[in-house]
Each structure stands twice: as C-alpha cells, then as structure tokens.
Design a protein around this ligand. Structure first.
Ligand code: CA
Ligand code: CA
Ligand code: CA
Length: 244
C-alpha cells in the first residue's frame, strides 16, 4: 500500500527540469495587493532565489497563475533609487520585434508605475492602446527593488502582442533593469551592458509541490487510520465460523 502511494505521489510531482520557473496554479491576487510589497499573497507561488537577471545581479522571483491571470514578482538590489525594470515575454533577443512586455518605473512612460508594452525591434517600444493587467514597483532606501505584475492569461490584445498563455506550455522571458540614462538615473547600470539572461516559465496546472506533499501526508494518515479500523473490525469478528 505504501509503495503504491509513493508511486502515486511521484507521478503527481511536477517535473521542472525543462524550464526555469513554474507558474503554479494558485489563489488569485487582488489588484489592491499588487502594491510593490511581497506578502502572503505569494505563499502558493513558485519561489526562486539567486536568479541571474540582465544585465547583472541576481533576484528572487515568484511565479504563479490562477486560470485567468499570470502573476510574477521580482526583488533585487539595484545601484540607485530610480531604476526601471522590464520584462520581455515570448522572445530571447534584446527588444526582439513582435514580443510582449511590461515596463515599470521608466521615467519617460510611467515614472513610478506600469505600462503594458510591445517590443518593435532595436530601441523601439510601443505602449499598448489596450493596457492590460496591473503592475507595481517600489524602491526602498537600500535600493531594494520590488516589482509585482498581474497579467491576463488571454487579454485578446494581439495589437499589443499580448501572449495567449496556456497551461502545460513553456514560454521564454527576459527580466532586465537599467539605472543609468534611458529613462532611469542615479546608477551606473545600462540594460545593454551585460549578457542577456534568457529564462523560461512553465504554466503549470498543478499547485506547488509543498501543497502536494501536504495532501500526500493527509492521504497517508487517512490510509493508516482506515487500515487500523479495518484490522480492529476483523479481529473483533465473532469466532463461530472458525470453530466449525
Ligand atoms: Ca503585494
Ligand atoms: Ca495589452
Ligand atoms: Ca503588450
């Protein structure tokens, strides 16, 4: 019985060897919690530390989805209090034409806010006429940058290059930042300074493995209790049949 359960558990554990992030199935995050502060709303998200981002540095990343929205959060330390952060979705090249994007804190577009954008090739971006989702960026006195993003899985906005994300599929993305010129200030980092860190996110239909482990433990306890009760019932059976 135990062997069977272990096997059953192994088959429901998501395999993540093929991609960097799992956007696990989780609870919705209300717009009001997209505020640039990581809270308990991310407890059921995939969580990754020391992820290299472009053009330099490492970040902590959170990813999940609720069947309607994709959620991503990024936290890292910049070298100024006025950087911008950008996501490029569905591509592997810098500002790859025809890809979707999110831009946060860019002084020329939304100094302290979010814009749903599309990339049109080298140095060209456009702000979507249809602004979908919500994003927030905060920078504290230690230059700790926190970005939260909520994007519709299917906004229907093909003009804005918004992706129709579907479960069980993997998508390319790049997370980059800039603190020197080009809509930012106070630092020495330009987004094109370092290598592109190409990443992938898998839209996972399962909850985070921790939840699966919890369910497995509950199942195991329930099985042990029913086995105990069954054994008790068998041993307390009348002996009449045995004597004949
Ligand atoms: Ca939040
Ligand atoms: Ca859009
Ligand atoms: Ca877009």
């Amino acid at each position: 019985m135990l062997g069977f359960l272990v096997t059953a558990y192994a088959t429901i554990t998501p395999v993540s060897a093929q991609h960097d992030f799992d956007a696990f199935s989780g609870n919705p995050i209300d717009d009001t919690a997209i505020d640039g502060a990581i809270g308990s709303e991310w407890d059921d998200a995939g969580n990754y530390t020391d992820v290299a981002i472009s053009p330099q540095g490492t970040a902590e990343i959170w990813t999940k989805q609720d069947g309607t929205y994709l959620y991503m959060a990024v936290r890292f330390t910049a070298d100024s209090d006025n950087p911008w952060v950008a996501f490029l979705f569905g591509g592997t090249l810098c500002m790859e034409a025809g890809t979707d994007g999110a831009l946060l804190g860019h002084d020329s577009y939304a100094a302290n806010g979010y814009r749903d954008i599309a990339f049109n090739g080298f140095t060209e971006i456009s702000v979507d006429a249809s602004q979908d989702g919500k994003g927030a960026i905060t920078v504290d006195s230690s230059n700790l940058v926190t970005v939260e993003l909520k994007k519709p899985l299917n906004s229907g906005d093909s003009d804005g290059k918004d992706i129709a994300w579907t479960e069980s599929n993997t998508y390319a993305l790049i997370i980059m930042w800039n603190s020197n010129l080009y809509g930012a200030s106070g630092g020495s980092v330009t987004h094109s300074d370092g290598p592109l860190e190409d990443r992938t996110v898998f839209i996972n239909s399962n909850a985070i493995p921790e939840f699966s482990v919890l369910m497995f433990a509950v199942l195991l306890v329930a099985t042990a209790i029913s086995a105990f009760l069954l054994k008790k019932r068998i041993t307390t059976k009348p002996m009449a049949n045995v004597i004949s």
